[in-house]
Ligand binder design. Structure first.
Ligand code: 3PG
Length: 213
């Protein structure tokens, strides 16, 4: 899958809702009800970070939830890309990008939302054909002001910023022309998951969904 084809798919995913939940799942039993709660609240695109031992099994479980579009986050290596694809991830997200990672996404046909944080990184990915990129860590790297500025010389790249974003500042990003959606973990708090309070997570998802009418 070419980078342009990957970005076309990433664009579709990013247009599903204003927020992509970034999920760190410690307990496999949480995967399915968590996905159901988020989809019920209006957030279908779900990024499961490969940071916990059960992440790949969580992707497998969540891929069965009707209406969900499940991707794998924190992709760092070729092996991560291969495993994510085999687990049923339909898109991938990486904090940055390396040649090996980009090559792996082409090899395994996994649409990637690759991370960039400087003008040169954005340009490098654009040169390869990636017109949809992740901006991470967003708040720590200049936030919405940075993305507004980079949109002037490089308007052909659209972003999904993540890192430090919540209901409070999400609109700063979503108001910009070159922002498709934002990513964030705030819609799936660890304490709500531990309590099994899926209704609370649906409420948080619905609030996030309402960021865009
Ligand atoms: C991450 O990869 O951790 C995401 O960027 C989420 O960041 P957040 O926890 O600040 O929302």
């Amino acid at each position: 899958m070419t980078p342009a084809e990957q970005s076309a798919r990433a664009l579709d995913v990013c247009r599903l809702a204003p927020v992509v939940p970034v999920l760190v799942i410690d307990d496999l039993a949480h995967a399915k009800p968590l996905a159901q709660a988020l989809v019920a609240g209006g957030l279908p695109a779900l990024e499961v970070t490969l940071r916990t031992p059960c992440a790949l099994d969580a992707i497998r479980a969540m891929a069965e939830v009707p209406g969900g579009v499940v991707g794998a986050g924190t992709l760092l290596t070729r092996a991560d890309v291969k495993a994510a694809k085999e687990a049923g991830a339909t898109f991938g997200v990486s904090p940055g990008s390396t040649e090996a990672l980009l090559d792996a996404c082409a090899e395994f046909d996994l649409p990637l939302l690759p991370g960039a944080v400087t003008a040169s990184e954005v340009m490098h990915l654009l040169e390869r054909g990636y017109t949809v990129q992740k901006f991470f860590p967003a708040e720590q790297s200049g936030g919405a002001a940075f993305l507004k500025s980079i949109g002037a010389p490089i308007p052909q790249v659209s972003f999904c910023p993540t890192g430090g974003i919540s209901l409070k500042n999400a609109m700063d990003y979503l108001a910009l022309k070159n922002i498709l959606c934002v990513g964030g973990s705030w819609v799936a708090p660890k304490d709500a998951m531990a309590r099994g309070d899926w209704a609370a997570i649906t409420t948080l998802a619905a609030e996030a969904k309402a960021l865009r009418a």
